[in-house]
Design a protein around this ligand. Structure first.
Ligand SMILES: NC(=O)c1ccc[n+]([C@@H]2O[C@H](COP(=O)([O-])OP(=O)(O)OC[C@H]3O[C@@H](n4cnc5c(N)ncnc54)[C@H](OP(=O)(O)O)[C@@H]3O)[C@@H](O)[C@H]2O)c1
Length: 213
């Protein structure tokens, strides 16, 4: 598949590497292509770096991996026509531009809203699926927990889009728990706050969630 990644940070690069590993073609979109010179040198023939608009146009599937405060502006640059009827894997978190309080991140959303719902309402013909937001980048692709698969919680309104994302997550070594429609992002996005607490308090960054049943 052709994967358009919106975001040049560590998440964009990590997920790009994951898709390249499984034989997909990847274009990373950024407003600053020079940032990715080093990444591009080692990424291989299936990789390139382009504008946000070109990455979105290219992708059969789009990954949104930009700063939460910039997500709407970047999607507007990507162009709503390039998002229509496509699966948008939304890895973003609505982290506010203020420091954590005793290791607890602050969000610019409240408990009865989510960034993904806001984006879904702005781009109604795109199929957003929340995924990858509740784990650190170093564990996103084939995390190694001694044979135990961690859980990736997903949510979104389109069943077919979620099936596509489930297949990707299966490849990337995750157990997938579908939490339902976009409103469930209100519960998934704050898992990022919980995930980061041991990091900020004890410099522990190598854990993931597991839903026991
Ligand atoms: N880091 C993690 O381990 C992790 C884990 C799970 C989820 N997440 C979430 O994934 C997303 C990406 O995180 P990240 O750590 O890779 O990097 P990041 O620093 O949060 O985001 C980098 C991207 O955001 C864009 N950006 C930043 N400020 C902007 C602005 N004012 N206007 C337009 N674009 C702007 C940059 O654009 P340019 O390319 O043009 O510079 C770049 O592509 C975030 O929402 C984060 O909360 C991160």
């Amino acid at each position: 598949m052709n994967i358009g990644i919106l975001g040049s940070g560590i998440v964009g690069q990590t997920l790009a590497n994951g898709f390249l590993k499984y034989g997909h073609q990847v274009k990373i979109g950024t407003s600053d292509k020079g940032k990715l010179n080093d990444w591009l040198k080692n990424a291989g023939a299936g990789a390139s770096v382009v504008s946000f608009n070109d990455a979105a146009e290219f992708g059969d599937i789009i990954v949104l991996a930009v700063k939460g405060t910039a997500a709407l502006a970047v999607l507007e640059k990507a162009g709503s026509n390039n998002l229509a009827n496509k699966t948008i894997i939304d890895a973003t978190n609505p982290i506010a531009e203020v420091p954590p309080v005793n290791g607890v991140l602050q969000f610019f959303t409240d408990i009865n809203s989510s960034l993904m719902e806001m984006l879904q309402s702005k781009f109604p013909s795109a199929n957003f699926v929340k995924a990858f937001s509740c784990v650190g980048n170093s564990l996103m692709v084939n995390p190694d927990f001694n044979g135990i698969k961690p859980t990736m919680f997903i949510a979104g309104n389109n069943i077919n889009a979620k099936a596509v994302v489930k297949e990707i997550l299966d490849n990337f070594g995750w157990d997938v728990e579908d939490m339902g429609t976009a409103e469930a992002a209100r519960a998934i996005e704050p898992l990022c706050i919980l995930w980061c607490i041991p990091g900020f308090r004890e410099n522990k960054w190598r854990h993931a969630f597991k839903l026991l049943k």
